[in-house]
Structure formats: C-alpha cells, structure tokens
Design a protein around this ligand. Structure first.
Ligand code: PMT
Length: 467
C-alpha cells in the first residue's frame, strides 16, 4: 500500500496503524486490535481508535454540510456520500457545477439529500431563497467532492463565475476539497502549486488515494471512498483547542415552584448552552452539562445532569466544580424564588394573590469566589446598554469573561440565532449574528484562546478593568 494514502487518511482521520498485506505481521497480535479491510488494504484499530472514530461520526449530528460536486467520473460516488452523511445525522445541501451534471443528475442528488439541488449562479428564484451568500452562511462546512483539477485551479484564483466557486469564496466555514483526477494531472507542478496555495489558506485536502484510474492508469488521483470522506469531514469539527480540559456548562431555565403545579421561570430554550457544550466537546474537552428543564437532545459525548430549580443547579455545580478547568454559565437562572412553596395547589380566590420572593444564590459569582476557582465565563442577558451592563456584571461577579447578548423582542431567548459581545480583562470582541451552533464554536475558540494564553493561570478581575 502506498504511504501517501495512509498519510492522507490516517493523519487527518483515524489514529490507526495501517499496513499492507505484505507487512501485516508487524501488528501485535494482542487481541485488542481489530482489523478493518478496505480494497485489500488492512487497517488495525485499537478499541480506543474505534471508539474515537465512532465519536467523530457523532460529531456530524445536526451539522449543515454543503457538498459541492464538480465534473469528474467520480461524481457518481457523491450519491453514496450523501447517503452516509445523512445517516450520521448531517443536513446536506448540494451544489453541482455544469460538468457534474453530465455525470450524475441533480434529481438523483435531490432525492438523496432531501433538498433541492443548486446549480445556477444567476437564478432569480434561487437568489431570492437560497442564493450563494445564503448557502455559504448556511454551511457549517463546505466539502467539494470530487474536486477536479480545473475547479481546484479556479478555487486557487478566487474565481466566482459559477455558483460553486462563488459559494466557496463567500464561505467562512471550514472548506475541504477531495481531489479526483488522472495521476499525471495530480502530479503536474501546476496542480501541486495550487494545492500548496489552498493548504496555506487553510483549505483542507482529503486524499486523493492511489489506485487504478478510470483512464486505465495507476497512481494517485482516486477520490477517497465515501466512508473515508465522512470520517474526514467529521474531523473538521474537532479543533482540539481544549484537548484534555474539563468544562462545566450550565444551560436552560430554572423553575421555582410556587406550589406543586405552578412555577416561576423564563423563556430559555437551552439551545445556546447546549451549543456551547457541543462546541467544547468538539474542541476536545470533557464536558458536563447541568441543564434546567428543556426539550433538547443531549449532544454526543456530553455528560448531562438534569436539574429543576436554581438551588438544584447550584448543588449540581458545586459538586463538580472542583473537577473542572473552565466553568461556562449560560443558564438563565431565576434570580428570585417564592419565599414559601405551598405543599398543595393554591386555591383560586376572588381577591389578589401576593407572592413574596426571595433571592436565589448567584451560582456564577459563588464559583468565581472559590479559592481554586476555574476560569469562569458568564453570560449577560440585557435589554439595553448591553456592553456597559455586561462590563458592570463582569466586575460585580469577579469573573474572567462575559458574553453579553441583547434579549427581548424575539432575540436571545428561544431564538435560532444570536450575537454576542464578549468582554475579558483588556479585550472585547463582537461575534456577529449567526446560528447558535456556529456562534458557540466561535465563543469556545475565544475562551480557549484566553484560557490557554493565560498559561492556564486564572486572571481574576481587578478594579482597573471596570473603567
Ligand atoms: O437558552 P436559549 O433560548 O438559547 O437562550 C440563551 C440565553 C439568552 C438564555 C443565553 O444566551 C443567556 O444570555 N444566558 C444568561 C441569562 C441570564 O440569566 O443572564 P443574567 O444577566 O441574568 O445573568 C448573568 C450570569 O449570571 C449568567 O451567566 C447566569 O447564568 C449567571 N447567574 C445568574 C443568576 C443566578 N442566580 N446565578 C447565576 O449563575
């Protein structure tokens, strides 16, 4: 087996031992390894490799994947690729070049992706609904597979004269190409230079694999197999910026009981906190999520603890905070609770009912005040003077970082999108309006940057930051 192919697949995707039939005897026969065979090539995976690989697959659940298909014989593989991406829970939209449509029909890919296929740049209706900018914004990642030599050259030049090249130019999410072409075209210095340029711009290159080619030659230039591409795409979401770190996240609302059937609460859906937990896992952290009552699925690889009231949430947090490096308080904790909770359902009376409320503990401020406090990140839900109020909140709670969001009138709470103004000692950054998944990833990257820059030493608030 060619070394090129092992590197292309293994280094990016699976931390596996791989060997040819020729030297498979070097793999230790310790019973812990499982042999996977692909086209006569054998990969030896330990149980932990298999587990990591299946975890990476989970990473695709709910992700928006934009698949660009260009005009090569390998375009037929995109049908199986879409099927496999969807079976991992990814939402797939397809953009085809004119050349791709000569090899496989948009109708086939539409049926498999469950979405209309996008083909034209200058299509009035598409531009009004899902035009090139909307498609680029929709994507959590763009994969171009197969990517022909011509498309790679056009991508390198930054052309925008067809839909796929325009989308690629506008796309701020990770972009990957899976080249497929004749081996001489792949080895040509022009293609080599293009690939080097694309890599230097942060574009990921998956493959190609060596082997027999449609033109009858043998060498590097084959599109990776769909399962290899699925694993490689899942790897795009693993940043490892928080590798080995332990992160504790709170999410959702709390409910403060008035009587056995009534409570005080708020409109938090938990989406923002769950997205933060998921982004932290994708960054390589071990994540515990303490959640108020929400109807969301637990993100893969997140340990979830369900709570109801602020007191429950505080207890759950304090039990685990000693084991965490970073605490991110996204929950909308009720500031007040009824002073007394009736043991029976309160009867309706003709007159007014007066409830006396008492203050709930401030979970975040309590964690920040601990002697060995973790790096603490709070959220600030504000209806006006967002940044000023958030600066004051960071100061009063003595936390390392605060992410402020405008709430009310359909914003923040229970919305699909959000925007954040993030503030820390000596710095601020705007994270503009985006889906909560994408936004959470940006926030976690920023948290990792600040946490790692601090040499993991917690930088506490000090009075001069409040100016
Ligand atoms: O759940 P979603 O529908 O996705 O909505 C997301 C969100 C709007 C709830 C989220 O983005 C957000 O702003 N969360 C914080 C809401 C909030 O309670 O903000 P606050 O400004 O009242 O509190 C400031 C910080 O102190 C927060 O980190 C909060 O978790 C924490 N806090 C507040 C009160 C309390 N008793 N204990 C706390 O720990």
């Amino acid at each position: 087996m060619s070394e090129t192919r092992v590197d292309a697949v293994r280094s990016r995707v699976v931390p596996a031992c791989a060997c040819s039939t020729r030297n498979q005897g070097v793999i230790p026969a310790n019973g812990e390894m499982t042999r996977i065979s692909r086209r006569g090539i054998h990969f030896w995976l330990s149980m932990s490799d298999l587990l990591l690989n299946s975890c990476r697959m989970n990473t695709l659940n709910g992700k928006h994947l934009l698949l660009g298909v260009t005009g090569g014989i390998a375009a037929y593989k995109s049908a199986e690729l879409i099927r496999q991406l969807r079976s991992q829970g990814a939402l797939v939209r397809v953009v085809m070049t004119a050349g791709a449509q000569a090899f496989i029909t948009p109708l086939t890919l539409q049926a498999l992706s469950g979405n209309p296929v996008h083909t034209g740049l200058l299509d009035d209706q598409a531009e009004a609904a899902m035009g090139h900018i909307t498609l680029a914004r929709w994507a959590d990642a763009l994969l171009i597979a197969p990517a022909t030599a011509d498309f790679i050259a056009r991508l390198t030049q930054g052309r925008a004269d067809d839909l796929l090249s325009a989308v690629a130019l506008a796309c701020e999410a990770p972009v990957a190409i899976a080249p497929a072409m004749n081996r001489a075209m792949w080895e040509n210095p022009a293609t080599r230079l293009n690939i080097t340029a694309l890599r230097s711009r942060g574009i990921h290159v998956f493959g190609p694999a060596p082997g027999e080619q449609a033109c009858g030659e043998t060498g590097p230039g084959r599109l990776l197999e769909p399962d290899e591409l699925v694993t490689a795409v899942a790897g795009l979401f693993e940043t490892l910026a928080l590798s080995g770190r332990r992160v504790l996240v709170t999410a959702g609302p709390t409910r403060e009981a008035i009587d056995p059937v009534r409570y005080l609460s708020n409109h938090s859906s938990g989406r923002m906190g769950f997205a933060v937990a998921q982004a932290a896992v994708e960054a390589g952290a071990g994540v515990v999520l303490v959640s108020g009552p929400v109807s969301l699925e637990t993100p893969p690889r997140v340990k979830r603890i369900d709570v109801v009231s602020a007191a429950d949430m505080q207890r759950a947090v304090l039990e685990r905070v000693a084991d965490c490096d970073i605490f991110i308080a996204v929950a909308a904790v009720a500031d007040y609770r009824p002073e007394q909770t009736a043991g029976h359902k309160l009867k309706k009376t003709a007159g007014q009912l007066t409830l006396t409320l008492e203050c709930n503990p401030d979970i975040l401020a309590g964690v920040a005040a601990l002697p060995n406090a973790p790096f603490t990140v709070g959220f600030a839900a504000e209806t006006e003077a967002v940044a000023d109020n958030a600066r004051a909140k960071r100061a009063s709670k003595a936390i390392d970082m605060i992410a402020a969001n405008q709430v009310g009138a359909g914003r923040g709470f229970d919305a699909e999108d959000n925007a954040l103004h993030v503030i820390w000692a000596g710095g601020e950054r705007e994270l503009p309006l985006a889906g909560k998944t994408k936004l959470a990833r940006q926030l976690v990257a920023l948290i990792a940057e600040r946490f790692n820059d601090s040499g993991n030493k917690v930088i506490r608030f000090n009075a001069k930051d409040s100016a």
